[in-house]
Design a protein around this ligand. Structure first.
Ligand code: WTA
Length: 656
């Protein structure tokens, strides 16, 4: 069978940046030219320009032992020094690093000088607890400044952090603590979510309890606890320590030591298709270079005047690269928000943008679609005119949501950057540059200067322009993962075996290159549907469904079908305003016809189910595997990674 994914949807609108935007941008077409002329030289230039090296490197890339890369291998730096001290030394210590807003409305603004002191104190505390070079520290915190402070303090010591998303259960935390062999856990009594305190410390206690089984070694010596929720916690004397008892009292003198560029910086677990989560390993110099470089040019950063806001939780890679490392390395001012978008009212995000004068907003399509579902009257109540760049990440953003984002949030003028990347890539790989690129709704467009990407078939051959295939990264890049923690075989197998001959990295995503050379992401290859001998992408049919005025969100899957092999089955959430006036049956029929007309009979869903929710992971990605179970009438599989485990029984009931 051909590995090509059929291309069905056409989108031809284009939005170049306005002359006013072009007049002020730092984006420069020369970046593409310089990178094309000498890729490694270009990265060397970026690393020197954007970072401080305690010991300068002489070699940019060592790729003699693929897939294990060394970037800037003989150089030495301190990641925390690059995010903190050097800004204070450069005289911008008074600049706000983090405007933090708690869900209940409490707030703190922390300057670079203050943040530097806090990190030094915390580093001294951790060192006192025995944390040193190469040790692992698990961080299980809500979105409070201490999350960023902890990450930087660990990095400062040359130790390795493993941030575990606060919404994960005790079991998930336990397997992550054990896999990494963490010595210290940093947590809080709780954090605010949806108007209530959601407890964290009990999950830590549970994850550390009952270690009498075989091979169940207890590596954790101390638990450092931030008081945030004010709720009661159990206490293990000798092990547990209140943050407020030790950090404020610690010395703010701490000299940052230099560590090799390839010193591990963090492990971040990401769910694999099967079995235990993979600990993606990132190192220091290359990672920080790409985080800073992409944050600067993709968002057209003006650090003196911009107020940047990335809404991702610190527990995801987006929170690592675009809350912690990229913005701080660039000396940016950012907003950090603890809570959920709808608390205490559905306009909370827009209120925050108005309050802080946010200029750059980086968020996920799932959030945008949930705002679309409620309607534009909510954001319309706030002054969003400070926004000048909008970003999207995590999933394909369908043209309809893209246009809504541009018009309703961006006032019809702020450029949108649709950024494609992964936990494994460490930083943005494909994106428009807002001051240069004429943006196309729904397309992530072009690899960034210095990044080499192709769309290829199963054999690794480039597909013809216009066709869909597999996204492959054809040259090593600075922020690339250096391995899977404790499992080099899994690293090779998962990412490098598929195109072993070519030496390409296999991303697992389908993509298409259009006639202009722009990339369109088509969804995970595992989700591709096989209908009457055609390979159809989930993204295109979902896009078409969402383009209908009644639809807020849609997910499609392939379900086995006697005549066509697989049939397209759609699950659709309607906009609130349409629910009252129409019957679900009538709308389902309309939507089948709509897709048929928009992209052709081959894509017309066999079934359209109107549902109230879709199953999503905690980072907002739709779990199509579970919808396939429903569509094929099977018992629904493992739902433990769902944000809301009740969703599947509701959907199953609705479908029946
Ligand atoms: C998907 C998040 C289309 C893709 C940074 C990728 C996207 C996976 C986009 C990685 C985008 C991310 N357009 N798809 N702009 N950005 N993806 O590891 O399938 O949580 O492989 O990293 O998200 O998800 P991860």
């Amino acid at each position: 069978m051909s590995s090509q994914i059929d291309h069905l949807l056409n989108e031809s609108r284009q939005f170049p940046p306005s002359p006013e935007f072009v007049a002020q941008t730092i984006d420069d077409p020369a970046l593409y030219e310089r990178a094309a002329a000498d890729r490694e030289g270009f990265w060397g230039e970026q690393a020197r320009e954007l970072l401080h090296w305690h010991k300068p490197f002489t070699e940019v890339l060592d790729w003699t032992n693929p897939p294990f890369a060394k970037w800037f291998g003989d150089g030495e730096l301190n990641v925390a020094y690059n995010c903190l001290d050097r800004h204070v030394e450069a005289g911008i210590g008074d600049r706000v690093a983090i405007h933090w807003e708690g869900e209940p409305g409490d707030s703190r603004s922390i300057t670079y000088a203050e943040l530097t002191d806090e990190v030094k104190r915390t580093a001294n505390v951790l060192a006192g607890l025995g944390v040193g070079h190469g040790d692992r520290v698990a961080i299980y915190l809500p979105m409070i400044p201490e999350a960023v402070i902890s990450m930087l303090a660990v990095a400062r010591l040359g130790a390795i952090h493993s941030v575990v998303f606060g919404g994960f259960s005790a079991d998930s935390l336990r397997s992550r603590i054990d896999d990494a062999g963490a010595k210290v856990v940093i947590t809080a009594d709780g954090g605010y979510r949806k108007g209530k305190v959601s407890a964290l410390k009990p999950a830590v206690d549970q994850s550390l309890a009952d270690r009498n089984g075989e091979g169940e070694q207890q590596t954790v010596e101390h638990v450092l606890v931030v008081k945030r929720g004010g709720n009661d916690v159990d206490w293990t004397e000798g092990r547990d320590i209140w943050w407020h008892d030790v950090v404020p009292a610690a010395s703010a003198d701490h000299e940052a030591q230099a560590f090799p560029s390839e010193n591990p910086l963090y492990i971040l677990y990401t769910s694999g298709t099967t079995g235990k989560p993979k600990g993606i390993l990132h190192t220091s110099g290359g990672y920080l270079t790409q985080a800073a470089y992409t944050h600067k040019y993709v968002f057209d950063l003006h650090p003196e005047t911009d107020v940047y806001w990335c809404t991702a939780d610190i527990g995801w890679v987006t929170g690592h690269s675009y809350v912690a490392y990229g913005p701080l390395a660039n000396g940016a001012t950012q907003l950090m928000y603890e809570g959920t978008p709808e608390t205490p009212h559905p306009g909370r995000w827009w209120e925050l943008i108005q309050k802080y004068g946010v200029t750059i907003l980086y968020t996920a399509p799932t959030a945008i679609r949930s705002f679309m579902k409620i309607g534009r009257q909510v954001p319309n109540e706030f002054d969003l005119s400070s926004l000048r760049v909008l970003g999207s990440v995590g999933e394909p953003i369908n043209p309809e949501a893209w246009m809504w984002y541009r018009e309703v949030i961006g006032g019809g003028k702020a450029p949108i950057v649709d950024t494609w990347w992964q936990t494994e890539t460490g930083g943005i790989m494909v994106s428009p540059l807002p001051g240069i690129t004429a943006a196309k709704p729904g397309s992530a467009q072009v690899p960034l200067p210095g990044i080499s990407i192709d769309v290829v078939d199963e054999q690794g051959k480039e597909v013809e322009s216009g066709n869909g295939g597999l996204l492959a990264i054809t040259k090593p890049w600075p922020a690339m993962l250096r391995g899977v923690w404790g499992d080099p075989e899994r690293f090779k197998e998962t990412y490098w075996e598929k195109f072993e001959e070519q030496g390409f990295y296999f991303a697992g995503d389908g993509a298409r290159l259009d006639e202009d050379g722009d990339l369109w992401l088509l969804g995970r290859v595992d989700d591709v549907m096989h209908v009457s001998g055609h390979r159809l992408s989930t993204a295109e049919i979902e896009s078409s469904l969402v383009a209908h005025e009644a639809t807020a969100e849609a997910a499609v899957v392939g379900a086995s079908d006697e005549t066509t092999g697989q049939a397209v089955v759609a699950f659709v959430i309607l906009k609130e305003s349409f629910l009252a006036e129409h019957t679900p049956e009538g709308l389902a029929t309309q939507l089948r016809g709509w897709v048929g007309e928009q992209i052709g009979p081959i894509a017309r869903p066999r079934d359209v189910y109107i549902v109230g929710e879709l199953p999503k992971t905690r980072s907002g990605k739709i779990m199509r595997r579970l919808l396939r179970d429903v569509a094929e009438g099977r018992e629904v599989g493992d739902t433990t990674t769902l944000a809301d485990t009740a969703v599947m029984s509701i959907i199953s009931a609705q479908v029946k």
